[in-house]
Ligand binder design. Structure first.
Ligand code: HMG
Ligand code: MG
Length: 295
């Protein structure tokens, strides 16, 4: 592999769990990330503001960000209501999000896995009519906060259904960061029997410090698309104990060190992470960012 695609999820996954984050801070983060060379930025969610107040006013966010040519700005849309708002806001792409765990699905989007897949059908159809690409997430691919181990066959089944429904890419979420490299590989191999590996993305949280190791193990299988969040921000409000995503700085540093091009300017990325962390009164968890700032 000589090139990787990074999907920056910091403004969405990174901030959806941050109490007190302001719309201004969210806009500033998207704009700062736009200047780093990242080509895909998940900027927000069109979900219920009662469920996730941090992601409220996504329409105002999309109206105010400085869109950079060549960058795709996307958002989560759990249902038709979310999709309609997202289209009105002029998103470049949307994502539906399902799970391989029944309990997580209930807590996260208030319906069963089967109901969620049915709910996504009209979303897919309306997005297709609007010519907006749809990404599909599968959560809990390496474990569930409520059910523990999840069979890889279940992950593969949900991934295949989303792919057959028309999602151009399936992002495999280790929502609570419990995976280890051999398990991550086995899971990706099982999914790759049903979905082309070129259509898979890895979305690993770093709760147990395994995200980069897991990613490397799967990169060796041929996956080239990776989700990460600047400064290692992140966590899901419906996954107890879930902490940050793999830090984009750590991912960029590793890939570039392996000779894989990311197109991302690490210094600009570290500064973007520093700015949002300062605003949130925290420090970046990214080891690379810490080392870079200490230089
Ligand atoms: P519900 O309560 O079952 O929905 O929620 P409902 O259709 O019965 O509607 C209830 C109320 O919500 C109504 O308002 C609707 O209008 C409103 P009311 O009449 O009571 O005032 N509503 C909406 N408002 C704005 N936008 C919408 C929308 N839909 C309904 N799209 C729902 C179902 C899915 C809406 C809810 O459960 C929800 O918003 N959940 C949020 C889930 C979420 O954002 N989770 C975090 C992201 S997923 C994640 O982090 C994992 C991931 O990173 C991968 C990984 O790590 O594994 C992707
Ligand atoms: Mg996530």
């Amino acid at each position: 592999m000589t090139q990787a695609k990074i999907v920056e999820v910091g403004p969405r996954d990174g901030l959806q769990n941050e109490a007190g984050v302001t719309l201004e801070q969210r806009i500033q983060l998207v704009d700062a990330l736009s200047e780093t060379g990242l080509k895909e930025i998940e900027a927000g969610s069109f979900v219920s503001p009662r469920w996730v107040p941090q992601m409220a006013d996504a329409d105002r966010l999309f109206a105010r960000i400085q869109r950079k040519a060549g960058v795709r700005y996307s958002a989560l849309t759990p249902n038709l209501k979310g999709l309609e708002s997202a289209l009105a806001a002029g998103v470049d792409g949307v994502a539906v999000f399902g799970a391989a765990s029944e309990s997580f699905s209930q807590r996260n989007i208030n319906c069963s896995v089967a109901e969620s897949l049915e709910r996504f059908q009209p979303v897919m159809a309306a997005a297709r009519d609007a010519d907006v690409p749809v990404r599909g997430y599968v959560s809990c691919v390496l474990g569930c906060p409520y059910e523990g181990e999840i069979p890889v066959a279940r992950v593969a089944e949900v991934a295949q259904t989303l792919y057959q429904m028309g999602c151009y890419e399936i992002s495999l979420g280790d929502t609570i960061g419990v995976g280890t490299p051999a398990k991550a590989r086995a899971m990706v191999m099982a999914v790759a029997e049903r979905v082309p590996i070129s259509a898979l993305a890895l979305h690993f949280h770093d709760t147990y410090g395994q995200a980069l190791a897991n990613l490397l193990a799967c990169l060796e299988l041929g996956v080239t698309t990776f989700d990460s969040a600047v400064a290692g921000l992140g966590g899901c409000p419906y996954a107890a104990g879930a902490s940050g995503n793999l830090a984009t700085e750590d991912l960029v540093y590793m890939l570039e060190g392996m000779g894989v091009e990311t197109g991302v300017n690490l210094d600009a990325l570290v500064r973007a992470g520093e700015q949002i962390c300062h605003g949130l009164n925290k420090s970046p968890t990214s080891r690379v960012a810490q080392a870079w700032l200490a230089k």
